[in-house]
Design a protein around this ligand. Structure first.
Ligand code: AMP
Length: 510
């Protein structure tokens, strides 16, 4: 099922345009605005023309830090049509953070929210960015005005499959954020593969409440819909009540695990409420097996969990047809090779053996922007990318993620995979969830430590440790259990273990 190489991401849109582009909705926004595929063609053409008019040349970066809107999707497509490199930035980034990205990427244009224009114009000016324009959540601003004044006819700048379509900075929880260079073919091939694998078609209506500065909302969700001529219902952010209201008109939803835990708190989440839906996808962070089970019980739908990352797009997925196994991320996608290797020697490991996950395929990025050493360290000469995720392939071929390599705990010389301990703790009555981390310890190097979110009738520290003692080898048992009302998570639902490690760094030193 290998797809032919795609030269230009926008060809993907053209080849899948609905027969009546003016009559088919591409995006409907939360405030009832509708944008058809004819609007998409015209507006992306106008943005491409406006970008060229502002001096953006093929290969130039267009950095964008704006709120979610249909217009920013048209700006993204306009940049792609103009042969430029789209560079979306998390809306949470502060002025000093933006200064780093602009200095590193050297964009020809920076588009920001009008509310921050004064502050960020100065930042952009200092970074030497020649042009700055604005775009707000309602789709207005000087960038939109530039598009209003441009012709909607634009002859797409030809691109090759390896030319860059986007740079996405990694979240950079350890060290500096790195710009992942993604080509036209990286993005287009992954969208086509996922659309086929998940049975997307023109009749699909996708609930889209993810941010559009991240691979999940921008590439997985939006590109799949573009590759199939379907419709998206845009919400500015996660709002469980609104999502429930949309379900009777929708067929699919993509979310991070927090979407599912929040929706499960809604009494209105029932089989009837989800009867029109055919697919729920989860990714970007581990979905608790418990959430998967509860969701099945309440709705009759098995959440489909997949695994990917900024650098590689999507790598694995649970099957569309066949068993979607809770706690696993399914099988390598068609065209993607995945292996588990010994992190020290690089030797391939067998089934059930935990090691470093490496992937290779048309989905894997072209390297880190202006970081040749980092690229060489993580992209092997045989084309495999070292993901930094530890995991295993079970005897049935399902891939399991046990955690990030940097979260591995080494205690008294033994390796401890946090996921194994978290699974045991989460299964205890009265525990909502947990995060297991290693903290500096004079005797052991690192001390296994659990941070537990208690529910009703939660056990205390001593009873949690006692309950684990019979189930886990002694060296894996937490030396201490701390309690917290919730776990720190980023916008994509990932538990920020680095923050927990920082907050409790002194625990065994006192
Ligand atoms: P990002 O580049 O922000 O998309 O983060 C990618 C990382 O998120 C991966 O390297 C994994 O550590 C994690 N991740 C993504 N999907 C999953 C999943 N389904 N289960 C566990 N971890 C995941």
């Amino acid at each position: 099922m290998a797809d032919p190489t795609v030269n230009h991401l926008f060809d993907l849109v053209r080849t899948h345009l609905p027969a009546d582009p003016g009559g088919k909705t591409f995006i409907e926004t939360h405030d009832g605005k509708r944008f058809s595929y004819a609007d998409l063609l015209a507006r992306s053409g106008a943005y491409a023309g406006a970008l060229a008019g502002l001096g953006v040349r093929p290969g130039d970066r267009v950095a964008v830090q704006v709120e979610k809107s249909a217009e920013v999707i048209f700006l993204y497509l306009g940049a792609v049509r103009a042969g430029a490199v789209f560079l979306p930035l998390n809306t949470a980034y502060t002025g000093p953070e933006i200064a780093y990205f602009l200095g590193d990427a050297e964009p020809a244009l920076f588009v920001c929210d009008p509310a921050r224009a004064a502050e960020l114009s100065e930042v952009a000016g200092r970074a030497g960015v020649p042009e700055i324009r604005t775009l707000d959540a309602g789709g207005s601003g000087s960038m939109a005005e530039a598009a209003d004044g441009a012709s909607t006819d634009f002859a797409d700048i030809p691109r090759g499959p390896d030319d860059l379509a986007a740079i996405l900075y990694t979240s950079g929880t350890t060290g500096r954020s790195k710009g992942a260079m993604l080509s036209h073919d990286n993005l287009a091939s992954n969208a086509l593969t996922l659309a086929q694998y998940w049975h997307f078609g023109p009749d699909d209506v996708l609930i889209h409440a993810l941010p559009v500065f991240h691979t999940h909302g921008l590439f997985v969700a939006t590109n799949i819909v573009l590759a199939t001529g379907g419709t998206m219902l845009f919400l500015p952010r996660l709002d469980a009540g609104k999502i429930l209201e949309l379900m009777p008109r929708a067929t699919a939803m993509m979310g991070v695990p927090t979407f599912y835990t929040r929706l499960l708190k809604e009494p209105g989440l029932t089989r009837e409420a989800t009867a029109h839906m055919r697919l729920f996808v989860s990714g970007s962070a581990p979905l608790l097996a418990e959430t998967h089970r509860e969701w099945s019980e309440r709705t009759g739908h098995a959440i489909l969990e997949r695994y990917g990352m900024t650098e590689t797009n999507m790598n694995t997925s649970n099957p569309y047809e066949g068993a979607r196994r809770a706690g696993t991320v399914g099988f390598p996608l068609p065209g993607v090779a995945l292996r588990v290797v010994d992190p020290e020697t690089g030797a391939p490991l067998g089934p059930e053996e935990v090691g470093m996950i490496e992937v290779k395929g048309p989905n894997v990025f072209k390297g880190y922007w202006r970081m040749p050493e980092k690229t060489a360290a993580e992209l092997k000469v045989d084309g495999f990318f070292i993901t930094g995720d530890l995991g295993k392939i079970d005897r049935d071929g399902y891939v399991h993620i046990v955690g990030r390599g940097k979260d591995l705990i080494i205690t008294g010389g033994y390796n401890v995979y946090p996921k194994e301990i978290e699974t045991e703790i989460d299964a205890l009555p009265g525990v909502v969830e947990s995060a297991v981390i290693g903290l500096p310890h004079a005797d052991f190097g690192e001390g296994v430590t659990a941070v537990v979110v208690p529910g009703a009738n939660a056990p205390d520290e001593a009873s949690i440790i006692a309950a684990l003692e019979g189930r886990l080898a002694k060296y894996k048992c937490p030396k201490r259990v701390l309690f917290a009302p919730d776990l720190p998570r980023n916008t994509m639902g990932k538990v920020q273990k680095n923050l927990l490690r920082e907050a409790h760094a002194e625990l065994y030193r006192c």
